[in-house]
Design a protein around this ligand. Structure first.
Ligand code: BDR
Ligand code: CA
Length: 314
């Protein structure tokens, strides 16, 4: 069996690429999905998470998470990136996978307590559910094997504001709680994902050799490529969410910088993640006492894509 993981997700086109990969890869044992608002409403992302479980063909529980950030007003959904339905117009109408009773935060707490030291959390959406779980049960920080977050931007600009990456911008206060908790966090932000280009040719291969799920991903990706072409000016997509998983099973493909990370919670830089390498001096309190975060600052983009293609076309 592969590594036990719990994915907190706002599907989302790149979330779909990540989850269908995780459900297929022998490197992972997916204990559940928890949904979060972000790329679409909580009703839509929960529906999409259940649809992905159907497509993955595994009995994987789904728990519904928060509809809004901890305290701030929810930001607008990025319909130009993921479409009204989060899947570029291809969200299936019918779903079968059941929804578990109770909240996502409760499900996260119960799962970590049931498998102490064994489960890695993989949040690939806004961090509200994870912060709620920490607030309700601070002991989970010691129980998780680790946390691999898709989010943040350290040495590069953000993607929703010049300062902020989308998942952190959606709930900066939650991110500040999660990066500050005493657990081992890997931060897989734009510094790394901007070095992992997914091309239309890559997706054509997934469509041709990846079965029904490959055809679904190729259909949903059309909207994602159009956004990158028309708004960002790129003829490829940044491969965000799958990279947070691949960092776990192929650590050799990423360069890490051990740091402490803090999040700007207010003002025009809200959602900015600031990292201080742990060996660097600071005269300011509030940094050195924080937990160590492994910030991925470089990625072998071709290696990440080749690994993904190998799994999805196997
Ligand atoms: C992140 O924001 C979302 O739109 C994507 O699904 C990804 O998790 C990238 O900034
Ligand atoms: Ca996401």
């Amino acid at each position: 069996m592969g590594e036990k993981i719990l994915i907190d997700t706002d599907p989302g086109i790149d979330d779909a690429f990540a989850i269908l990969y995780a459900l297929k890869s022998p490197d992972f044992d997916v204990l559940g999905l928890t949904s979060i608002y972000g790329n679409a409403s909580i009703e839509q992302t929960t529906h999409n998470a259940r649809a992905l479980v159907d497509m993955g063909g595994q009995a994987c529980p789904v728990a519904q998470g928060a509809a809004d950030p901890l305290t701030i007003e929810r930001r607008a959904f990025p319909v130009m990136v993921h479409g009204e339905d989060g899947f570029g117009g291809f969200s299936p109408a019918q779903i079968k996978a059941p929804l578990v009773q109770g909240s996502a935060a409760g499900f996260i707490i119960d799962t970590l307590r049931a498998h102490p030291g064994e489960v890695t959390l993989v949040p690939i959406g806004p961090l509200t559910n994870i912060a709620l779980a920490l607030q309700q049960a601070p002991d989970i920080a010691q129980l998780a094997k680790g946390v691999s977050i898709m989010g943040g931007a350290v040495n590069v600009n953000g993607n929703v504001t010049p300062a902020a990456e989308a998942n952190i911008y959606d709930d900066p206060e939650a991110a500040e709680i999660v990066f500050g908790a005493p657990w081992t966090v890997t931060m897989l932000g734009l510094d790394a994902t901007h070095q992992v280009p997914l091309t239309r040719a890559n997706v054509a291969r997934i469509e041709a050799d990846g079965g029904m799920n490959g055809r679904f991903l190729a259909a949903a990706a059309v909207q994602y490529f159009d956004f990158h072409a028309e708004v960002v000016g790129l003829d490829f997509c940044h491969f965000h969410d799958p990279s947070a998983l691949i960092a776990l099973c192929r650590p050799d493909l990423f360069t890490r910088q051990p740091s402490s990370v803090r999040v700007v919670c207010e003002g025009f830089a809200a959602g900015k993640t600031i990292a201080k390498p742990i060996q660097r001096f600071t005269a300011q309190p509030g940094w050195d006492e924080r937990a160590r975060v492994e910030v991925c600052i470089d990625a072998d983009g071709a290696g990440v894509i080749n690994h993904y293609l190998e799994v999805m076309t196997a």
